[in-house]
Ligand binder design. Structure first.
Ligand code: URA
Length: 218
């Protein structure tokens, strides 16, 4: 049943015309992974390679994501990987608010409900904004917080490390912490970000305010 519904979503993405992004689509990228995945990674949107192959994170960002998953003791086939928008924005421009709203309300939020992951890892600011509007990814990356019952651990987008090599270790450090976060997922309360022991810039920051309960659908 749940499998069928996810398959229906995946099929619908391939013929979707709900927003202008469909005009540049070679293949839609619905996302992939086990229907009962404990962790769901949500990127921004397909790039050149993803658009051609119909699979998420198969280009340079994906290669780095695979390395990051290994740091967390995870393999790709164990996790669900999706995106905020399912069709490639032209020239990899940022997805527009209307495109994000249409695509997430039609597809991503239903995928989340069906998969019901223990932990959601938004990758990058567009994905983070769905769950923690107005936050700054540079300030809250790696910090788990429970929002409307769901554990959200925002991380920088892997592409941020490709563009800025000094981000590489920051992202890697956040991924190394994931197993611990997953292990104590049930005991992380709504307002407490994880204690951070590292010396990254964000570790020195005060804990963030509890996020406003603005997120839709959770
Ligand atoms: N970047 C993303 O955000 N998603 C992909 O699928 C590939 C690159």
């Amino acid at each position: 049943m749940q499998f069928n519904q996810l398959e229906e979503i995946a099929a619908a993405v391939q013929t979707c015309t709900l927003c202008p992004l469909h005009t540049g689509r070679v293949q839609g990228v619905p996302g992939e992974g086990p229907t009962d995945a404990e962790i769901m990674f949500i990127g921004e949107g397909p790039g050149y390679h993803e658009n051609r192959q119909g699979r998420p994170f198969v280009g340079p960002s994906g290669q780095f994501l695979d390395e990051l998953l290994a740091l967390a003791g995870l393999q790709r086939h164990e996790v669900f990987i999706g995106n905020v928008v399912k069709c490639r924005p032209p020239d990899n421009r940022d997805p527009l608010p209307d495109e994000i709203e249409m695509c997430t309300s039609t597809y991503l939020m239903r995928q989340i409900e069906l998969i019901d992951p223990k932990v959601i890892v938004p990758l990058g600011r567009f994905s983070m904004n769905l769950f923690i509007p107005g936050a700054k990814i540079t300030q809250i990356h790696g910090q788990p917080r429970r929002i409307n019952g769901r554990l959200i651990v925002p991380m920088m987008h892997p592409a941020a490390a490709l563009h800025q090599p000094r981000n590489r270790e920051l992202i890697a450090e956040d991924f190394r912490r994931l197993p611990d976060i997953l292990a104590r997922a049930d005991s992380i309360d709504p307002v407490d970000p994880a204690p951070r022991s590292g010396s990254t810039p964000s570790a020195a920051m005060p804990p963030p305010e509890p996020p406003p309960e603005q997120m839709r659908m959770f």
